[in-house]
Write a protein that binds this ligand. Structure first.
Ligand code: SF4
Length: 346
């Protein structure tokens, strides 16, 4: 039987994906942006975002020079906005420390914001054919099934088994093609719900397949009930239909994105209107509530609408406030629930 890598490479040459936009240009920058976008997001969703992003920021220099607001704007809707902020920060560091060139070692690449060991390996393997191992979600699924490795793959004890295995299987030559092949295998054949083992190039020695236990691997993350937080969004609407948005602080949820003022204890509609020089017209109206789920908690959102007029130009000159006009939308980053509420107001 040919080696694991040999079988994957032969399969990938015939059946793998070769026409994705980030496969045309295998520069470290292009591979990096695609790898970050593909974390937590499906290929089909990433395609449009990737094309727009690369058109606007064709190089690490262009990305580093752009305002973070513009980066977040192009990321709006993809979620996990820390990814975009880290891309922007890392671009700045690459330009400042490395003249815009990517370093050559996994440790150096993984020291950049938002790049873990697996992503660093994927960038170096695919752009420079360096024999660096990767261990993203797809690879974890393939390896835990192929070797019947039990336990949640992100548990430290399981990582200690998986990394040496991933390294041992990575070939010295054609590491970039191998990285794409094993990721493609996980994405297209060794899928979570219905693996197509009959077509799989490594089924002959796949332990989970031999036992009919594909569904048992990888072991799911231990379940914890998500804590619930609540908040109230205030949709302050001017006579011309524009809605008031605030820029959120740079850290915390939706850091640096724009959102509606949030009512909290001691900061209700009256206080917010007073602070921004607005006068309420009528009463607040409750809109249908929404829920947004983050990795670590669930956020229950109560939106309240209130018509207002400006009582002067009190603090509309602040760079952290703007009146959002749906007919001429500003190029800013918006969290998904804010986008949904803005759309519902059109
Ligand atoms: S044989 Fe099936 S379970 Fe095993 S690696 Fe291939 S697709 Fe996955």
């Amino acid at each position: 039987m040919k080696s694991f890598a040999g079988r994957l490479l032969a399969w990938h040459a015939r059946h793998g994906r070769h026409d994705l936009p980030w496969q045309r240009d295998r520069s470290p920058y292009c591979v990096w942006v695609s790898e970050i976008m593909l974390q937590q997001t499906q290929v089909a969703t990433v395609l449009g975002y990737f094309e727009r992003f690369m058109q606007r920021f064709p190089s690490v220099h262009a990305l580093a020079a752009a305002p973070v607001d513009e980066v977040l704007h192009l990321w709006s809707g993809l979620g996990y906005y820390a990814r975009a902020r880290n891309l922007h920060r890392a671009a700045g560091l690459l330009v400042a420390r490395h003249a815009g060139e990517f370093p050559w070692t996994v440790d150096e690449v993984a020291s950049l914001p938002g790049i873990g060991r697996s992503t660093a390996g994927a960038i170096l393997a695919q752009s420079r054919d360096l024999p660096c191992a990767i261990l993203d979600g797809n690879v974890k699924r393939v390896l835990t099934r192929h070797r019947r490795i039990a336990g949640w793959p992100d548990a430290p004890a399981v990582q200690k088994l998986l990394w040496p295995l991933a390294e041992a299987l990575t070939p010295a030559a054609r590491a970039g093609d191998y990285a794409q092949a094993i990721m493609d295998l996980g994405a297209t054949l060794c899928t979570r719900a219905s693996p197509r083992c009959g077509e799989c190039p490594v089924h002959e020695d796949c332990a989970a397949h031999a036992q009919g236990e594909q569904a048992l691997y990888p072991t799911p993350r231990p379940k914890k009930a998500l804590p619930v937080r609540t908040t109230t969004f205030l949709l302050l609407k001017r006579g011309d239909g524009a809605l008031l948005l605030e820029r959120r602080p740079p850290s915390g949820i939706w850091g640096g994105l724009w959102g509606f003022p949030e009512a909290t204890q001691g900061r209700g509609p009256e206080e917010i209107c007073a602070r921004y020089g607005l006068a309420a017209i009528g009463e607040t109206r409750a809109l249908p509530p929404l829920t947004h789920t983050f990795t670590h908690f669930r956020l229950d959102i109560t939106p309240l609408a209130l018509d207002v007029t400006e009582r002067g130009v009190v603090c509309m000159e602040s760079p952290d406030l703007l009146w959002y006009n749906a007919a001429a939308p500003a190029a800013i980053g918006l969290a998904r629930p804010v986008q949904d509420l803005l759309r519902a107001q059109e």
